[in-house]
Design a protein around this ligand. Structure first.
Ligand SMILES: NC(=O)c1ccc[n+]([C@@H]2O[C@H](COP(=O)([O-])OP(=O)(O)OC[C@H]3O[C@@H](n4cnc5c(N)ncnc54)[C@H](O)[C@@H]3O)[C@@H](O)[C@H]2O)c1
Length: 339
């Protein structure tokens, strides 16, 4: 559908939970109509449909795919449903925007890559942090400024997550794991965008008592092709950030990148700030727009513009399979899934 008007694109949202408000704002800002909302929870579906300006509601994705006049489907549901729903949407001829992770398992992820690459539809995965102002500024800084040989990198995403009974994150069968599969993708794909490919990533996942279905905390070590080392930390039980509001308002996501000639600190949450300091110089601080929703707005705009322009999106199924494979391969003998 090259050069279609954005206003002519009709979207169906599947999953009216936490993510739906962010996604609906993104479609509204892109000037795109969300014409249908699907969720088995009628209150959630009705609330999202009202937010979308009066969308039709469905309880089942297949009814929506058959019954609604849609060009594209946005999927933001528990991970065990990603592969089935994305495949059904693609096979119905719709473009697909799918939240991370690509799927709950690598086998499902490969199946989606095959289906996406066989199809002429746009298939984009929600690696939204690539579009975050602080990550964009960090990539520009690394390209333009002299930081020397990158030696070490620290990255974290953590906070205090309170989950209501019934939340899919309390059930490892619905997430495909715990904090590692849920959070690691954001750190892995942003680090590769900033610093090049990882040669290897190894993770240690907490065992025993947990605040979610599997581990609530994971740490990892990685080595880039460049030779630099990275440490990653993901946690739903970070009391430093303890507060009632959880993600995203009281979450902490950031990076420290140390080179032989300088250092770059990138804060994504709770504020968007980039600090660069070259050896022997004052640090330069860029305070950016801290509205976290901008990352979703820009990711969704990229999806819509790829449909309009008939081109591949910035994040393909194959890109997301790379990240999912790193997630699946990283847990070592101390991981919960080592048995
Ligand atoms: N990119 C990010 O920063 C980010 C942040 C949070 C969540 N996510 C991702 O978004 C997705 C959803 O997460 P969430 O936190 O919004 O979860 P959530 O539990 O708040 O919402 C999931 C929704 O899916 C609905 N659902 C369950 N089964 C369904 C079915 N059969 N058909 C249609 N809807 C169904 C639930 O009723 C619920 O409303 C996950 O893939 C998660 O990893 C991404």
């Amino acid at each position: 559908m090259p050069s279609t008007d954005r206003a002519a694109i009709r979207v169906g949202l599947v999953g009216a939970g936490r993510m739906s408000g962010h996604h609906l704002r993104g479609f509204a800002r892109a000037g795109v109509e969300v014409a249908a909302v699907c969720d088995p929870n009628p209150d959630a579906a009705d609330a999202a449909a009202a937010l979308a300006g009066g969308a039709e509601t469905f309880r089942d994705i297949r009814d929506m795919l058959r019954g609604a006049d849609l060009d594209a489907v946005d999927i933001a549901v528990p991970h065990h449903l990603h592969a089935d729903f994305a495949l059904a949407a693609l096979e119905s001829g719709r473009h697909v925007y799918l939240e991370k992770p690509l799927a709950a398992t690598v086998a499902e992820g490969r199946m989606l890559v095959d289906a996406a690459e066989r199809s002429d539809r746009v298939f984009m995965v929600g690696h939204n942090l690539l579009f975050h102002p602080a990550v964009r500024a960090a990539r520009r800084c690394l390209a333009d400024r002299e930081i020397g040989r990158i030696v070490t990198v620290e990255a974290w995403t953590s906070g205090w997550l309170d989950l209501e009974p019934g939340d899919f994150r309390l059930d490892a069968a619905q997430t495909g794991g715990g904090a590692w599969i849920d959070c690691a993708s954001h750190l892995l794909y942003t680090l590769e965008a900033m610093l090049g490919p990882f040669a290897a990533v190894r993770a240690v996942l907490n065992a025993g008592e947990s605040r979610v279905g599997a581990e609530d905390t994971a740490v990892a070590a990685g080595r880039f092709d460049s030779g630099a080392s990275a440490t990653l930390r993901m946690s739903y039980s970070d009391v430093d950030a303890a507060s009632s509001s959880g993600w995203p308002d009281d979450w902490r996501t950031g990076y420290v990148i140390r080179g032989t000639l300088g250092r770059l600190e990138v804060e994504v949450l709770p504020r968007a700030v980039v600090r660069f300091q070259q050896l022997g110089h004052e640090s330069e601080v860029a305070e950016l727009d801290s509205d976290f929703g901008l990352s979703f707005d820009s990711a969704i705009l990229e999806f819509i513009d790829s449909i309009r322009e008939g081109r591949a999106p910035a994040v393909t199924a194959r890109d997301a399979l790379r990240t999912l494979s790193q997630i699946a391969e990283a847990p070592g003998p101390l991981g919960w899934n080592a048995a």
